[in-house]
Each structure stands twice: as C-alpha cells, then as structure tokens.
Design a protein around this ligand. Structure first.
Ligand SMILES: *Cc1c(COP(=O)(O)O)cnc(C)c1O
Length: 395
C-alpha cells in the first residue's frame, strides 16, 4: 500500500522554489470554492490589484497565468509574435535561449545579441542592431538571469525599445520583489514573472502584464494566436474585471489563495522594503563568503542580490558537497548550469529564504562542508564577517 507523501523539511536556498511562508501554506489549505463563486471573483480582483502594486503598473491586463513562469514566457511571445516578425533576443544565459525558441516556434525571426554567461546584456550592441534593421517588432531580454546571477539594465533597454518604436518583452521571473522593477516608469510592454522566486509562493503560476501598446499589437494581429489557452483576448474575458466572467479554464483555486497571501505579505512589507531586504542580506552573505576566501562569480555592478553565484574552489567535489548540505543540514543550494556547470554554486536569497537565519545557516553549513573536504578556505571568520555587516546596518 502506498502511503501519504510527507516531504522532508528543507531550507531552500537555490534558484527557486524558495521557502514558502507558513501563512501562504495555511492559505492554500483553506476550503476550495467554485472559481466563478462571487467570493472567488472578489479575490481575483484583489490579486490583480496586488500584482499591479508589486509590478508598479496600472496596466489593465495584469493577471496570473495558470501555469509556471515558462507559460508566462510563452504567453508573451505567442500573443505578440506573428510569422515573419523580427524580434531582437538578448542571450546571456539559459533563459534568453528559451526566448529564441519561442520566437522561432511562432514563426518569427530571432536576431540575437549574445553576451558571455556571467555578464549583463550589452545595451550598446542592442542599439547597434536596432540601427541596422527596420521593422523590429520587439526587443526581448531577461532582467534577472537566474542561470548566472546577473542583472541587465532593464530601464535602459526598455527606453531603447521605445526610441526605436518596438515593443519590449521582459523576463522578470526572478527580479520581481527582489530588485527594483518599474513597469510603467520604464515603459515595459510585456512582462512575465513567477511565483516561486522572490514572491515565495509555490511554483505553478505566472504573473503577466501587458501595456496598452502591447494590447494594441495583440488586437491588430493579422493571424490568430496559435495558442488557444494563452490567447490574451480570451483570457481577458475571464480576468478582465467585474462580475461577468466567461468560463475559460478552471483557475487553480487554492494555488491562487497562496499567491494572494504572498502578495498581501509583500504589500505589508512594502515593495521597496522588499528590494532593500534582498540587498541587505546579500551584503551579509557576500561578506561571509569572502571572509572564507570564496570568490563571487559576477562583477559587483551587475550582481543580483537574490541569486549569488560563487566560484567553487579548486579540488572541491561539487555534487558531494551539495549532497552533504542536503543530508546534514537539509539545505538546498543550486548547481551551476550550462557553461557554468561544475564551476559555480548558485545561492538563492529569495523571498522568505532571504533572512538572517538563512544567511547564517548557509555560511556555517558551507564552511563546515568545505573544511571537511579539505578545501583551501579560511575557517572561523565567515559568521563574524556577516554579523559585523548586520551590526553596521543597525547602527
Ligand atoms: C525560473 C525561471 C523561469 C521559468 O520559470 P518556471 O516557473 O520554472 O517555468 C524563467 N525565467 C527565469 C529568469 C527564471 O529564473
């Protein structure tokens, strides 16, 4: 007989999912009601308002797609890219490559701007490409590249898109609530995010927002969107506001209770305070790692506070060390991906996983595991270095 599943209690400090707050888990255990129940529709309207707050936008089309971040990505491309459209796609890690896939699958032509893994998207290269071509439909880039821990200059890139008359499509899966993100002030046109990174809700939902310009492009399509499920015109009838909902699909009722609660918590904290908290704990973690003799993989000016790529010291067995953290501390950190596999660890400080408790646990666990492997690190200094950071910020 197969028994009930009870997951082990972990501390999640990888690239997502991050720790889900007990308030969010409790919200998800509340009774399931019908997705067209007036009480549920009222909650959907609140989620929209809370997302507008978190994203700093008044876009009417702001809603959670009932599927993970990858579906939010697809929702942006399948609605905005038509056969033959030219789209500039910036790639400096894993996720830019997926944007290219999306453009090509929907019949578009992807013009690539490639930068090395671990570096930001070059605004100059994007400008040069915009100068060379006419009729670019959109500029697509990843704000926070979770595969490397790098942030790109979303404000400058969106401004460029406006200057050259094309739409901007922004991946904000890891940036939302972790670093400054201003949809309206920066003129972002289409943006998708995720719930399991800095919002610390369970995975499986993707907040998306479209500007009026983006909606205009959707309305003016020459061809029908090849996706029925993600067609914005249809989804709007369901999420568009008011009590007149047309059945489109059954919303993931309890998952949305969880998202609602996590957004309520974000509002209580304040979006700017959330950005600051991520920077605050990143500073302490970094001090501790450097005091140990470890090296950050990404240059300081483009480093993401919520995703810390750290060089693995020579001679250390990457998989064995991460296995040790999991077995001895029930602590998960992320492995390197693609070009950085085996070279870096990715330590997430996202949402509920961004606290002093997380920073201190991670430094202690990592130091002990490295010493055990005989790695060339300085023991006994990391905790004090992090504590000094905290003491300084209180003063
Ligand atoms: C996690 C992530 C995604 C994909 O989100 P899923 O919820 O895993 O589908 C996309 N882009 C970035 C930058 C991410 O970090």
């Amino acid at each position: 007989m197969i028994k009930s599943f009870h997951p082990p209690l972990r501390t999640l400090m990888g690239p997502g999912p991050s720790d889900v707050h007990p308030r969010v888990l409790a919200a998800m255990a509340r009774p399931t009601i019908g997705h067209l129940d007036p009480a549920f529709i009222g909650m959907m309207d609140e989620i929209k308002q809370l997302l507008q707050y978190a994203l700093r936008t008044e876009n009417a089309l702001t809603l959670p797609v009932s599927a993970p971040g990858s579906a939010g990505m697809e929702a942006c491309f399948v609605n905005l890219v038509e056969p033959g459209d030219k789209v500039i796609v910036c790639q400096n890690g894993v996720f830019g490559g997926r944007m290219k896939e999306n453009v090509e699958r929907f019949g578009g032509v992807a013009l690539m701007v490639e930068d090395p893994w671990g570096e930001a998207v070059s605004v100059d290269k994007v400008r040069a490409l915009l100068e060379q071509h006419d009729n670019i439909k959109a500029l697509a880039f990843v704000h926070a590249e979770t595969s490397t821990g790098v942030q790109s200059n979303a404000k400058a890139l969106c401004a460029l898109a406006r200057d050259y008359g094309c739409l901007s499509i922004v991946d904000a899966v890891t940036s939302l609530a972790g670093i400054e993100l201003e949809v309206d002030a920066w003129g972002v046109d289409a943006l998708y995010s995720g719930t399991q990174k800095c919002l610390s809700a369970p995975p499986g939902i993707s907040p998306v927002t479209f500007s009026e310009r983006a909606l205009e492009a959707v309305r003016n399509r020459k061809t029908r969107s090849p996706s029925w499920f993600l067609d914005k015109n249809l989804v709007m009838g369901y999420w568009g506001g008011g009590q007149k909902r047309a059945y489109h699909h059954t919303a993931p009722v309890n998952a949305l209770y969880g998202l609602h609660e996590s957004l309520v918590m974000l509002q209580e904290e304040g979006i700017e305070a959330s950005w600051q908290r991520h920077m605050h704990h990143h500073t302490a973690l970094r001090s501790g790692l450097e005091a140990m003799g470890l090296e950050m993989a990404v240059a300081a000016d483009v480093r993401l506070p919520q995703l810390n790529s750290v060089m693995i010291p020579d001679g250390v067995d990457d998989a064995a060390l991460r296995g040790r953290l999991l077995s001895d501390y029930s602590l998960e950190i992320g492995a390197g991906l693609g070009a950085l596999a085996g070279k870096v660890w990715r330590i997430g400080l996202m949402g509920s996983s961004c606290s002093r408790r997380h920073v201190m646990l991670c430094l202690d666990a990592l130091e002990n595991a490295l010493v055990e492997q005989g790695a060339d690190v300085t023991a006994g200094r990391a905790a004090a270095a992090a504590a000094a950071c905290y003491a300084e910020s209180v003063a």
